[in-house]
Design a protein around this ligand. Structure first.
Ligand code: SF4
Ligand code: SF4
Length: 416
């Protein structure tokens, strides 16, 4: 698709390239969750590329295109499906931040967005807000829909913190040294994930450094179009991670994919090179363990059927598909089953279930029905957002099924 984008934004060349690579073939349409639900060309990847191109060329008003762009989950299923290598993420993330200043949002949207941007990336603020959410649940029927959705996603009580030392030594022969990112929302809602990840790494002969002064990686902000804020929080981590490590480990798919985008996010910034090096060192825990080779775990204490739920930001955005499956298949007493329509988003997608609750609900229901159809004993994922969404929709169906992070299940297999 030819374009005529005139912009001095440093990301414009990559955005233009994504548009140019699109040949209108439509192979991405069946993979797109919103096209599947809404059946509209403008709610498909091809339609959105065309809309964004027109806005960037000043041929279309930003507000006319916005409902369709806002409905995009950023799940990147279209990237996996595209035979022409269209880097849809380069276009979408750059576009969202470029047009943000021209948007006219309703007051409630602005309030919600401010709450998200000022709370989620800051664990202490989020912990306070989540605790207050318990009070909010009592008056939920009186609140606007958006707030009610936010409250639904919060647990009734926050879990106990799971303290970790500054350095967790490697067990047995040392095979590596890594730094562990704790994840901002994750460390409040599910501190057991980082705890499990650190101990699984240690059981695999890896020394784990856990810098206490680390902050948000900026992914939540960058994915909602707040690039400047994302840059400013993300760069705080550059100096707190030691140099003498083999990798920076993430346990949240959204963090890993956001960090992958640093090269574009920091383009033209004075610390562009530092950001790029940081991104190149960052790996999801499943990819790192697959790379160094799993030290044989004892296995679970009984046979379990495990359904692995692909987080879009692992599978589509980072191409991590085989690695978690290989780890689970190497673990004694696990029978791995495929979830039908595994590449379709569960509707969590960062803040999507707050911004677009109806589509998110539909996708959440579909995902849970597909999971239940294979009758697993446990659902495993690599992303706190997917885990929360699946738990909420299992509750809606009054079904009880454990939902765990892959690091939690692996730790059980080592500690058994
Ligand atoms: S599959 Fe790729 S090239 Fe084809 S329409 Fe979709 S984005 Fe464009
Ligand atoms: S990112 Fe996901 S929702 Fe957005 S266009 Fe691509 S497939 Fe569709």
């Amino acid at each position: 698709m030819r374009h005529n984008i005139q912009s001095d934004d440093p990301r414009a060349p990559e955005m233009g390239q994504a548009i140019e690579n699109c040949v209108h073939c439509g192979f991405c349409l069946p993979a797109c969750p919103t096209y599947n639900i809404l059946g509209e060309e403008m709610d498909s990847p091809r339609g959105r590329i065309y809309l964004m191109k027109n806005v960037l060329e000043d041929a279309l008003d930003v507000e006319e295109a916005q409902p369709y762009i806002d409905r995009c989950l950023g799940c990147m299923a279209c990237v996996t499906a595209c035979p022409s290598g269209v880097a849809y993420g380069d276009l979408l993330v750059g576009y969202r931040s470029m047009v943000e200043k021209d948007r006219k949002r309703p007051v409630m949207d602005t309030v919600t967005r401010t709450m998200i941007c000022e709370t989620l990336p800051y664990p202490n603020r989020f912990r306070m807000a989540a605790a207050t959410g318990k009070i909010g649940k009592a008056v939920k029927p009186l609140l606007p829909d958006t707030f009610a959705t936010m409250l639904d996603l919060l647990p009734d009580t926050l879990p106990q913190a799971k303290p970790l030392p500054d350095i967790l030594p490697a067990q047995g022969e040392k095979r590596g040294k890594v730094a562990l990112l704790l994840g901002c929302v994750q460390q409040v809602l599910a501190p057991e994930i980082a705890y499990s990840a650190a101990h699984v790494l240690s059981a695999n002969g890896v020394e784990v450094v856990i810098p206490k002064s680390q902050g948000c990686c900026g992914s939540i902000l960058s994915h909602v179009g707040e690039a400047d804020k994302a840059v400013s929080v993300a760069r705080q981590n550059f100096d707190v991670i030691p140099d003498d490590i083999d990798a920076i480990i993430t346990t949240a798919a959204g963090c890993g994919s956001g960090i992958d985008e640093y090269e574009l996010l920091f383009k033209g910034q004075p610390d562009e090179e530092q950001a790029t090096n940081f991104a190149h060192k960052t790996m999801d825990i499943s990819a790192y363990l697959a790379k160094i080779g799993l030290r044989e775990p004892k296995g679970l204490d009984r046979e379990m059927i495990v359904a692995y739920q692909d987080a879009c930001h692992l599978y589509h955005a980072q191409g991590i598909y085989d690695e978690p499956r290989d780890l689970l298949e190497q673990t004694p007493n696990i029978t791995l089953v495929d979830i039908p329509d595994a590449g379709m988003c569960c509707g969590s997608a960062g803040t999507y279930n707050i911004d677009q609750p109806e589509i998110a609900n539909q996708l959440g229901q579909n995902k849970v029905e597909n999971i239940l159809s294979v009758e697993p004993d446990v659902v495993v994922s690599g992303n706190i957002g997917c885990m929360t969404q699946i738990k909420v929709h299992l509750e809606h169906k009054t079904k009880t099924l454990p939902v765990m992070h892959i690091a939690q299940l692996l730790l059980m297999a080592y500690q058994n």
